[in-house]
Structure formats: C-alpha cells, structure tokens
Design a protein around this ligand. Structure first.
Ligand code: PMP
Length: 443
C-alpha cells in the first residue's frame, strides 16, 4: 500500500531504495519501515525541539520522540552542550567514570532500586535482569504477558502456547524452541491465569516480568492492584517481580510507571529495567533492584554480566543532563500537552464518527481506532488491542503526516509528547486532526 502525499518525498524515497539494497527492509529497527501503514518512511535530517525536518525539507511535529527518549524535545541546548563537552574529553575509556556514578545516584534517588548496572540497550537490560533473577533463585521459568515487549531477548520473543499455563512457542524464526521452553506467556491483566501458573509451576518460576504499564500494545493500563498482586504473588512463591520500565521509566511520571501505582500503594519490584529517557537519546539503559540481589552480579557475585560500552561517558552524560532537567514542571507540561492533544484527537474522531478509545498512563497515551459498531469499552490485553481497525489508523496516520505531524507508524504504539511541545506545535497538531479523523472515517 502506498499513500498519496502532497509533500515532496523524492529524497526519502531515494534513500529508502538505497537503504533497502544494503539494509534489510531499509531500516535498522523494523517499525521504522512504515510496514503497518504503508508508504515511504521519512528520512530525518535534523530535529529541534518538537520538530523534525526530513531530507526533502518537510517539517513535522514529532509525536514519536525517538520512541520515548526525547522527553525534553530534540537537541535541548543544555544536553547538547554537555554531550559536546563530554565528546571532547574522549568517547570511551573502558574504565569507571564519574558520570556513571552521578547517573546511578540520580536513578536510585528517583526509583525504589538500591543499585543499578548500566547496559547499552533496553534489550540487554531485560536479558540481564532475567539472568540475575534465575541466578538469584536457582530457578529457570520466566513468566511474561502477551503484548508486553521486553526487547529482542530470545526467551522473551515468545508467543502464548496453545493453552493457558503451557510453555511458550518462539515468536520468530531463529529462536529455538529450547529458548522459549522455559517461558510462559499469559494474558495481561488476568489474575486467574497468574494464580494457575503459580499453582502448577510455582517452585520453578524465577520471575514474572511485566511492563510497569504496557505501552507496546498501545497503552494498556494494569487493572487497579494488578502490579501489587503480581509483586505479592511472586513474594509468596519465592519468585522475583521484574518491572520493565524501559519505556515508562522517567517518562510516564517523574518516578516512572511505578509512580502511578507502586509509589502510592507501597510495594517495590525486586528488579527494574530502564532505558530510553535515561539515555537522553544516546544508547544507555540499566537494570537495578534490591542491593542484595544486585550484589550477586559479577565482580561482586557469581552472575556474569558485562559490556564494552556499558556506562559510556557520553551516553551517561546525556542521560544525567536529561534527568536533571526533567523537573516537576517538565512533567506537568508534558502531561498537559498529552491532555490537550488526546482530548482534541478524541473530539475530532468523535465528530467524524470514528469509534475509538483513548488510554493514558501519566504523560503517555494511545488512541485505539475501532471498527464501526465496536462495543469495546477499554483495551485490557493484547487480544483486545488486536480489535483495532487498522486501515483507519493508516489513513489517519497519513493524513496527519501530510499535514506535518509525525505519529507512530503503527496502531500499537504510544504517542510521546515533550517539554518542547509549545503552543505553536500543539496548535499545529490540533489543526491537522479534523481532516485526519475524516480520512479515518472514510476507510
Ligand atoms: N522493554 C520495553 C518496555 C521497551 O519498550 C523496549 C523498547 N521499545 C525494550 C524493552 C527494548 O529496549 P531497546 O530497544 O533499547 O533494546
């Protein structure tokens, strides 16, 4: 499917053709390819604040934010200055550095983790957290939820097996059955399924891993008390509760997804993973948790984990500067922008007669466009997320893109706002919504 556009795209199209010759699908991460919405992905040449500029000179208000990291907006002057100064001091030493300590202290101050270890990607963080959970418990089985994405870790690229409480099947060729034989995939928000799996396999379960608030099937909120229930169930069975905050960390709220429930209800995950915002747009991620558990990591303990560029001084400087600038005022602003845009999108869709649901987790939100006559009142799991009317989203997406607003090129994603989304950027988005809603209605 190709999408008509009134904007020039020749340079993006040319680069995409060349990219496709030398890189599979023309992209280095699949969702960038516009596979779900059709058309040519825009090659971005530069970005400033809330705006992207592509290689054909088109400008877009960015509602992707590099898939989460750009909480402050693009090229924040203080982040750029700090990164430039760090680069000038050398890009990697393979020794401990001060910015790592400062960033670790900042993360420990904002979250319930007591110690952290840095990695270069969220994938490595979740992979390492699971290894640590297995090492700490001496057990092998990992429980995850359908629709939660934890990076491209073999054991976590798993789909639900044929029935509940059965072991998973690989979610992709290249992952051997043996890699997912120890993974169980349950429907999200399903307490009975969790109870069943612990009743049958409790003494083999090393950990339950979940997104703090899932964002990788669109925003799907945990039902009230669901995360607390997971934490308590794990504790009762000697398993660890791993909360993946790669997306929500320092983004959903100042205290991440945990700020929405754990901080209020008074429970803490045993292990947490972070990424995206804490790298300020450079490759940095982390996992952390209780001091005694983290003490099991090499070189203090026996569980091996490492990385040539882990805690890289440029990346940790970008992350540290970003977190220091991410004040209460920043979160309040991003929250207000999310409210304005999500309410306006909902109003435009309502006016055009497009059934839809808006789901929100702090500053993060998603809009699910539904089939005409849909009776869905909330998306609670991956099956329900699958009830979206995908052609409507594709039409909506392309109308917005053509009007200069870059939404996530998939219906299963979060819309990310930033501190740099000012009145001009917001008004630009609002102006584009009614025509896009009509385009969605016409599908
Ligand atoms: N966990 C979650 C919740 C994520 O959203 C992502 C990335 N979208 C990852 C893990 C993997 O992070 P990365 O892409 O940095 O490997």
């Amino acid at each position: 499917m190709t999408a008509p556009t009134s904007r020039p795209t020749a340079r993006s199209a040319d680069l995409f053709a060349r990219a496709s010759a030398v890189t599979p699908g023309g992209v280095n991460s699949p969702v960038r390819a516009f596979g779900a919405v059709g058309g040519t992905p825009r090659f971005i040449a530069s970005a400033q604040g809330a705006w992207l500029t592509d290689v054909d000179g088109n400008e877009y208000v960015d509602l992707v934010g590099s898939w989460g990291p750009m909480l402050l907006g693009h090229a924040h002057p203080e982040v750029i200055e700090a990164v430039q100064a760090a680069v000038a001091r050398g890009t990697s030493y393979g020794t401990p550095t001060e910015p790592e300590v400062l960033l670790a202290e900042e993360i420990v101050a904002r979250t319930p983790v007591e110690r952290v270890r840095f990695t270069s990607s969220g994938t490595e963080a979740t992979m390492s957290a699971i290894r640590l959970a297995r090492g700490a418990t001496g057990r092998d089985v990992v429980v995850k939820f359908a629709g939660c994405y934890h990076g491209h870790v073999d054991a976590l690229l798993a789909s639900a097996g044929s029935g509940l409480a059965t072991f998973a099947v690989p979610g992709t060729p290249g992952v051997p059955q043996s890699a997912t034989d120890l993974t169980m995939v349950l429907p999200y928000n399903d307490r009975a399924a969790v109870e069943r799996v612990f009743a049958e396999h409790g003494d083999r379960i090393a950990c339950v891993i979940t997104e703090a608030t899932p964002g990788n099937m669109g925003v799907v909120n945990p039902e009230p008390g669901f995360n607390a229930f997971l934490a308590a169930t794990c504790a009762a069975h000697g398993a660890l509760f791993v909360s993946d905050e790669v997306m929500t960390g320092f983004r959903a709220t100042k205290r991440g997804g945990w700020g929405l429930d754990g901080a209020v209800e008074g429970w803490v995950p045993d292990l947490m993973t972070f990424g995206k915002v804490m790298g300020g747009g450079l490759p940095a991620a982390a996992f952390g948790g209780r001091a005694d558990l983290m003490g099991l990591l090499s070189p203090e303990g026996p569980v091996y984990q490492a990385g040539t560029l882990s805690g890289n001084p440029v990346a940790t400087t970008a992350g540290l500067t970003t977190l220091r600038l991410a004040t209460d005022e920043v979160y309040a602003h991003v929250d207000a922008v999310a409210t304005t845009i999500s309410e306006a999108a909902s109003a435009a869709l309502g006016e055009a007669g497009v059934p839809h649901l808006v789901q929100r987790a702090g500053t993060m939100f998603s809009i699910f466009l539904l089939e005409q006559g849909s009776t869905l009142t909330a998306v609670r799991d991956f099956d329900e997320a699958g009830r979206q009317h995908l052609p409507a989203y594709a039409a909506f997406f392309h109308a917005m893109l053509d009007a200069g607003v870059h939404l996530p090129p998939s219906a299963y994603e979060v819309w990310f706002c930033s501190a740099a989304h000012d009145e001009r950027a917001v008004q630009h988005v609002l102006a584009a919504l009614p025509a896009a809603a009509r385009a969605a209605a016409a599908t």
